[in-house]
Design a protein. Sequence first.
Length: 746
Amino acid sequence: MSVSTLLSVTQILAGAAIMLYSIVRSLGIRSAVPGTLRGKWLTIILLMVFFFFGYLLFVGNLVTGGLLPLELVTGTIFMGGAFFVYGVIHISDISIHEIRKKSTALEVEIAERNVRDEQRLRHQAGLEQLDRCTRRLIAAAADSPTFLETLCSGLRELVDADLALVPIGDHDGETFTYQAALGLHAEKVRRQSIPIHEGGLCGWVFQNGETLCLPDLQGDCRVKQELAQELGVTTGLIAPLFQGDQVIGGLSAFRRQRPFDATDAELLTLFSQRASIAYGNMKLLESLEQRVAERTAELEEKNLQLQRNQSRLDHLAHHDPLTDLPNRLLCQDRLEHAMAKARRSGHSVALLFLDLDRFKKINDSLGHAIGDRVLCEVARRLRGSLRESDTVARMGGDEFVIVLEMLRDGQDVSGIARKILDQLAAPVVIENHEMYLTTSIGISLHPEDGATIDDLMKAADVAMYRAKDAGRNTFQFYRPEMNARTHELLLLEGRLRRAIDEGHLVLHYQPQFDLGSRRLVGFEALLRWQPPGEPMISPADFIPLAEDSGLIVPIGEWVLRTACAQNLAWQRQGFSPVRMAVNISPRQFRQSSFIETVDQVLRQSGLDSGWLELEITESCAMENVEATIESLAHLKKRGIHLAIDDFGTGFSSLNYLKRFPISKLKIDRSFVRDINHDPNDAAIAASVIALGRSMNLEVVAEGVETEDQVAFLCSEGCRLGQGFLMGRPLPVDQAEKYLQAASSAG
Ligand SMILES: Nc1nc2c(ncn2[C@@H]2O[C@@H]3COP(=O)(O)O[C@H]4[C@@H](O)[C@H](n5cnc6c(=O)[nH]c(N)nc65)O[C@@H]4COP(=O)(O)O[C@H]3[C@H]2O)c(=O)[nH]1
């Protein structure tokens, strides 16, 4: 066999083997072709070369008529065909494999891309949800509870949790409380306080301040397994809430299925960051609001206080602080309204002016504290006697005013005035002191007695003085002629002032005797007002006026000076010295300069103080007893004699009497007058005499007009007397006759 035949046979056999292999492989047997042949393009090019070469050989053979042996051509063609078959089969095999491979890779890629897309979508949706939740949070930032509830519901929606919890750290720093809880068994944990170190996942976040995603709770030591089982949750996610660097709470979410993943964790982290800021803002707002609320409350309280103070001030401005009755201001206001109403309705208004009789004595003898309580009691009784619509006001001191509205006639007023007198008649008992009060009431009516407040007040005042003149404890309606009397008094005051300046005042002297021996023992200086060409004016008519106007002070000093000078003059004329008694008015006695005045008068006149006797009335002595005792002591120290005048008419307390450094009591002439006819007067006179004797005091009976009176007085042991029987008050020249008689009698 030739080489070419051998080559052809070999080619045919190799081609057949390759074809067989390719066919078998194409039937499913894995290719054992070396990897280098697997290159698709290389295989096709090789096939094309072999096939083309074979074709050229074949065509060349045909054309040239057989340049090459047929076997070689056939073998080459067969070989090329085999390779072609192999190539085709192998390429298709390679392509299918590659396609399969690529398709798998593509599937994986598509799956991955889907997952990524899904995650991106979920992330995107989560972000949108996050924005919505954040907006809701900001909108809900009114107060902590609302905020935390909104936060919790946002958390639940954001990560689709079955249970959402918002633990917030407590003030103690040791515990936290589930301030909000939503979802599965939320009520079990809501408002529960738990120590941080026992707080499971929530406790963990307080300690670590990080987001923690636990796809599977089971077996994790940070989780309270029993609780997780009880709640039926399998996966958890928690993120911290911060304020500055400090963890102040957390957002925790749990699900029963579908483990939480990184997207959830990322969303929750973002949400917790925003929630931290919103929570901080809310807290700031809350504290601001609280401060505003506190400040507002403080201001409201201050405003209230201001209003209370204002109304208290208003009240004080219009009420008497002692009795809480309306004061003068409010009274005038009410009177004005009442008058306006009366003008419209045709009714009358009555104004009652009340002045308590002798209230000063209570005040002076029992002290101001008791005096004040008496005034309160009077206020209470007055208020109780009248209708609610009537006004009772205190004008000051012991003066009260009553305004009665809508009256038909004066008859109504008389009834009310009587009722008031009756009400006040009941004794007032304060601290064991039983006091009997009376009052004098002056009444004026509108429109009859005055069109203005001033006129009405003046009219009621004038009527009140007439009630006093009429014996007190009564009421008087104003009458126009009363004004004339007031006018008269005003004129009198003017004239008295002129009388002092022009020397129209003179002293008369009334002798005082020893009733037994009828020996002259002294004189009492008595003031007289002698206007030129007019009848003499009685001291009883002008002394009260002088007392009220204060003129009594200069007048009294003049009397003292004149009486001392006269007594010394008589002594210098050679008459036997006698004592000169001078009346001292209460106002004069209360002058702080009184002792000084007496000293000065004695010094200037040169009269020995032992020949001067000062008389103060019983009521004057009892006004401010301690001051009286002190003044009397000073006078006594100077050797001046002291006598209590009008004894028996006042309310002397024996306790005080024995403390007065006096030497004489003068029985008031009202008791002496009926001494022989009225057993009461006789008893009083006898008692005063006995009292004087027991206290080692001289007793002088005033107003002795009959021998019977002398006999009675002597029988009771009264040594001294003064009266028309033995001598009237006389001018100097006539008084001297008594001195002459006494001197000549030796
Ligand atoms: N019916 C009657 N009356 C008699 C009798 N004996 C004396 N009198 C009057 O009784 C008054 C005695 O004076 P008095 O009690 O101190 O009462 C005095 C005294 O309180 C006061 N008074 C008089 N002069 C002064 C004075 O210089 N200063 C002060 N402060 N008061 C004076 O005026 C009051 C009245 O003085 P007078 O009118 O002078 O009235 C005198 C006198 O005239 C009598 O037998 N029958």
